[in-house]
Design a protein around this ligand. Structure first.
Ligand SMILES: *Cc1c(COP(=O)(O)O)cnc(C)c1O
Length: 466
C-alpha cells in the first residue's frame, strides 16, 4: 500500500467525530438515531473499501463531504418503499401500478375513517353489535338489483368463498372455453381445487352448448359456473351459453348458477365505444343466483371482492368461517362505500371516478394535452431528444376489454445521446417513479393515464433523466 493511501486511510474521521457535527445533529432531530449512525458508518466504509480496492487515492475525505453523503443516504433510506408513480403507459387498470386510483370522495373517506374510531361493527341506532358488511349492502343491492350482497378482500376470495359455500365436496360444471387464467396466478381450476369443489369440464374450447351442461348433471352436481373470459375473447367459430340459458337449466334441476364476472362494470358506456363488457345488473336480471366481481377493476374503487345474489346464498356465505379469513378492512370499506355512492349519479360517476373518466376520455382531449406536453418538452429538452406526436391506442388493462381499441395521441421522445432503456430505467427509479412505454428506441408517453397535475412533474423527471 502506498504511503498516500495509508495516510488517507488514517485520516478517515471517526463515527463519533462525525456525529458531533452541527448538521448531523440537525439530522438527528428528524431521523432515527440508528439510521443516522448506520448511514455515517456506511459512508465511511464505502470510502475505506474503495480506497483499499485500489481507487486512486482521492483527496482526503473531509468532514463536510462525509456529512453531505450521510444526509443523502439518510434521505434515501427514509423514502417509503411503496411510493407514488406516474403512469404514462396508457394502461388504465394497471395491476402492477395498483389498478384503480380512488375518486376524491373515496380518498377523503379513507382519511376520515383512518384518523379516528368508527362504527365499523356497531349498530348506532340500536346500540348493539352490527355487521361491517351492512355499510355497503344497501348500495350494492340498489345498484345491481340483487337481493343481498357481501364484500371480501378481493375477487379471487369472492370466487373461493362462493364455490366453497355452494359446492364444497361436490361438483361444479364449467365450460372448457372459460377455464381462465388471470395474471398473477389466479386460475379457475386451481381455485376450484382449493375450495374443495370438483371441476367438471364440458364442451370444447370454442363451443359449449346448454346440452353439454345438461348431459353432465349428476346427483353430485351442486353448481353451474359461468366465468367471464375477461382478458381474452374466443372469436370466429364459437358458441357460449348465455346466463339465461344456464339459469333456466339450473331451475329445472334445482341447481344454483354462479357467475364470476371479473370486472364490476355497472354503467352502459356504449356511447363511448365501450361495448364488450357485461354489466353486473344484466347478470342479476338474467336470474343468476350469485355474481362475483372486483372492486378495483372497471368499478374504479379499492381492492375488494364483491358478491351479490339471492338472499339465502349470501346468508350462507356470511356464515362460512372462511369469510372471517377473507374479510375486508375498514379503510377499504370506506373507499368502497364512497365509490359506490358516486354511482347513484352515473354522469358524476364518469366524471369523478378516474378509471371511468380515463376509459371515456375523448381522443381530442388527450391530443390537446399531448400537444401541450410536446411543446414544453421541445423547449426544455429539445437539444437532447427529438420530440414528436404519434397515433396509438391505450388499453383498459386489468384483464378487461381486451379487444377494445381506445384511440389515443402519444408523445414520443427519442433521446440523442442515451438509449431509451437507460432513460426509462432512470424514470422508473426516481421519485415519483415514472412508468412509460418503449418503442423503436423512443420513450412513449400516453397522457390518458397521467393526471393533469402530474404533467409538470413529468417534464421535470424527463429533464433530469436526459
Ligand atoms: C380479475 C379476475 C379475477 C380475480 O380478481 P381479483 O380482484 O384480482 O382477485 C377473477 N375472475 C375473473 C374473471 C377476473 O377477471
Amino acid at each position: 500500500m502506498d504511503g498516500q493511501k495509508q495516510k488517507s486511510l488514517q485520516r478517515i474521521p471517526a463515527v463519533e467525530q462525525v456525529l458531533q457535527n452541527e448538521r448531523i445533529k440537525n439530522l438527528l432531530e428528524d431521523y432515527p438515531r440508528t439510521l443516522v449512525v448506520e448511514s455515517v458508518r456506511e459512508v465511511l466504509d464505502v470510502y475505506r473499501q474503495n480506497l483499499i480496492a485500489g481507487m486512486k487515492a482521492e483527496e482526503t475525505l473531509t468532514i463536510d463531504e462525509v456529512v453531505l453523503r450521510t444526509e443523502k443516504l439518510v434521505i434515501k433510506k427514509s423514502q417509503s418503499n411503496l411510493r407514488p408513480a406516474i403512469n404514462a403507459t396508457g394502461v388504465i387498470v394497471h395491476t402492477n401500478l395498483g389498478r384503480s386510483v380512488l375518486s376524491p370522495k373515496a380518498q377523503e373517506a379513507v382519511r376520515r375513517i383512518a384518523s379516528t374510531y368508527c362504527n365499523l361493527e356497531i349498530d348506532l341506532e340500536k346500540g348493539s353489535r352490527g355487521s361491517r358488511y351492512e355499510h355497503v349492502e344497501d348500495l350494492l343491492t340498489r345498484l345491481t338489483g340483487a337481493e343481498a350482497a357481501l364484500v371480501v378482500n378481493n375477487n379471487a376470495a369472492a370466487v373461493l368463498l362462493a364455490l366453497n359455500t355452494l359446492a364444497n365436496g361436490r361438483e361444479a360444471i364449467v365450460s372448457r372455453g372459460q377455464l381462465v387464467e388471470i395474471g398473477g396466478s389466479f386460475r379457475i381450476p386451481e381455485v376450484m381445487k382449493q375450495s374443495g369443489v370438483k371441476l367438471v369440464e364440458v364442451g370444447t374450447t370454442n363451443k359449449t352448448y346448454i346440452q353439454d351442461y345438461e348431459q353432465a348433471i349428476t346427483e353430485n352436481t351442486a353448481l353451474l359456473l359461468k366465468v367471464h373470459t375477461s382478458n381474452y375473447r374466443i372469436v370466429g367459430f364459437s358458441h357460449e351459453t348465455t346466463a339465461s340459458e344456464l339459469v333456466e337449466l339450473g331451475k329445472k334441476y334445482n341447481i344454483p348458477v354462479l357467475e364470476d364476472l371479473g370486472s364490476g362494470f355497472l354503467i352502459d358506456l356504449q356511447q363511448y365505444g365501450i361495448k364488450d363488457e357485461p354489466r353486473v345488473q344484466d347478470s342479476v336480471a338474467a336470474g343468476v343466483d350469485v355474481v362475483t366481481f372486483s372492486g378495483d377493476k372497471l368499478l374504479g374503487g379499492p381492492q375488494a371482492g364483491i358478491i351479490v345474489g339471492k338472499k339465502d346464498y349470501v346468508a350462507a356465505m356470511k356464515k362460512n368461517p372462511l369469510t372471517r379469513a377473507l374479510r375486508i378492512d375498514k379503510l377499504t370499506l370506506a373507499a368502497l362505500e364512497a365509490t359506490l355512492r358516486e354511482y347513484l349519479d352515473e354522469t358524476k360517476a364518469i366524471e369523478n371516478i378516474p378509471t371511468l373518466r380515463m376509459l371515456t376520455m375523448p381522443e381530442e382531449l388527450i391530443a390537446v394535452r399531448a400537444r401541450k406536453l410536446a411543446g414544453e418538452l421541445k423547449k426544455e429538452i429539445g437539444d437532447k431528444a427529438a420530440v414528436f406526436l404519434t397515433d396509438g391506442f391505450s388499453q383498459a388493462g386489468g384483464g378487461a376489454l381486451p379487444t377494445t381499441e381506445l384511440k389515443t395521441k402519444l408523445v414520443s421522445v427519442k433521446p440523442k445521446f442515451l438509449s431509451a432503456e437507460k432513460v426509462a430505467a432512470c424514470l422508473r427509479t426516481g421519485d415519483p417513479a415514472v412508468l412509460v412505454r418503449i418503442k423503436d428506441d423512443c420513450i412513449v408517453l400516453d397522457l390518458r393515464t397521467v393526471f393533469e397535475d402530474e404533467i409538470s412533474l413529468l417534464v421535470e423527471r424527463l429533464k433530469s433523466c436526459l
